[in-house]
Design a protein around this ligand. Structure first.
Ligand code: AOF
Ligand code: ZN
Length: 346
């Protein structure tokens, strides 16, 4: 039996529910669920509100109570099969007497997968794949991280027109415009980790906190990860708890991008915002570990100066890396500043 119009509409609604604003950024996927009666009417709705809270199915079942019996559960992710922070949803759906389950994305998480089979074995009709692409897109970063067993990496590149991040004497205040810097903070707030090298901490002494991210309530500061074997000076600003309340710092004692990402994944990190200097950026590009580039280009010429990215080992045009542009946005200048351009690439 294939899904009906009512089920497709319910899946659209479940995707909306999954994307309800205000859910804190965390390690769990966003999931929505709608329970339909035999006439396609909505019995209950539910969604997941972050790690440790009810899964979407459990939320909808709780709303429905005994009315869940005989319904069709339309859910954006295959119901889980495991007892993790909460109980297994496949079993809960069976116990509630749900007759049919339509899900969008199959669960890529090996720990939780298998709910579809459990449901079928219990005599529930199951259909997967309805609007699956939209569900995957909704949890783009989570899906990537679970599929690859490592965090998704966004590299932030900010440079002058001639590809410099600073002038020859090291001064860099400001190459990018106020609007571009503000935009960077907004993107930082969407990631769970910022990553720099020990050199950046030594030289630039950044705070690495999210300040003016006004379009998203900042429930939690991203983790500040510093990688490299060099000792860190405890007097640096990232260790100043008054300057950076609520932001945690971790020192990853490795220069290997693969090892650093493995350690971050083990800490439940799924989205790294790579903001390090030219050497770190080049190491990630060379290792093939940059999944997205967000480049801010400012109409400034510095001539001799610091390269925004170090040697990538490319010597001939045939070897040039040519990322695919997915977005171009002009960031208008405020207070007499010139516009900057933001290019997003994968
Ligand atoms: C969710 N919300 O609505 C559904 C999930 O951390 P746990 O123990 O709650 O389990 C998280 C896993 O459960 C998650 O990675 C995914 O595979 C599965 N389904 N998770 O957070 C939900 N339905
Ligand atoms: Zn579940």
């Amino acid at each position: 039996m294939t899904s009906s119009h009512a089920e497709r509409r319910a899946m659209q609604r479940a995707l909306e529910l999954a994307a309800t604003p205000g859910v804190p950024l965390g390690p769990n996927p966003r999931v929505g669920c709608v329970l339909l009666d035999a006439d396609g009417g909505t019995v209950a709705e539910g969604y997941h509100r972050g790690a440790g809270t009810d899964h979407a199915e459990a939320d909808a079942l709780a709303q429905a109570g005994p009315a869940a019996r005989g319904t069709t559960a339309v859910v954006t992710l295959e119901p889980c099969n495991h007892t993790g922070r909460t109980g297994p949803c496949a079993q809960a759906l069976v116990e509630a007497g749900v007759r049919r389950v339509v899900f969008a994305q199959a669960d890529p998480n090996p720990v939780a997968a298998g709910g579809g089979e459990t449901l079928r074995a219990a005599g529930v009709q199951v259909e997967g794949g309805l609007l699956a692409d939209r569900a995957r897109e909704l949890n783009r970063v989570w899906t990537f991280a679970v599929d690859h067993g490592r965090p998704f990496v966004t590299w932030k590149f900010a440079a002058s027109l001639d590809g410099r991040s600073a002038a020859a004497d090291g001064t860099s205040r400001w190459v990018s415009s106020t609007a571009a810097r503000h935009d960077t903070h907004r993107l930082r707030a969407l990631c769970d980790t910022m990553l720099v090298g020990t050199n950046t901490v030594a030289v630039d002494d950044p705070r690495l906190t999210v300040r003016d991210a006004d379009d998203r309530p900042l429930d939690r500061q991203p983790l500040r990860a510093v990688m490299g074997e060099r000792q860190l000076d405890p007097g640096r600003r990232i260790f100043d708890t008054e300057l950076t309340p609520g932001a945690e710092t971790v020192h990853l004692r490795t220069r290997d991008p693969h090892a650093a990402l493995a350690e971050l994944y083990a800490r439940d990190r799924q989205h790294v915002f790579l903001e390090g200097g030219p050497t770190l950026a080049a190491a990630f590009v060379r290792a093939g570990l940059v999944d997205e580039i967000v480049a801010y280009v400012a109409p400034v010429l510095l001539g001799a100066g610091r390269d925004a990215v170090a040697d990538l080992g490319i010597t001939t045009i045939a070897d040039a890396l040519r990322p695919t542009v997915t977005d171009v946005t002009v960031l208008d200048g405020v207070d007499g500043e010139q516009p900057n351009v933001r290019l997003t690439m994968t």
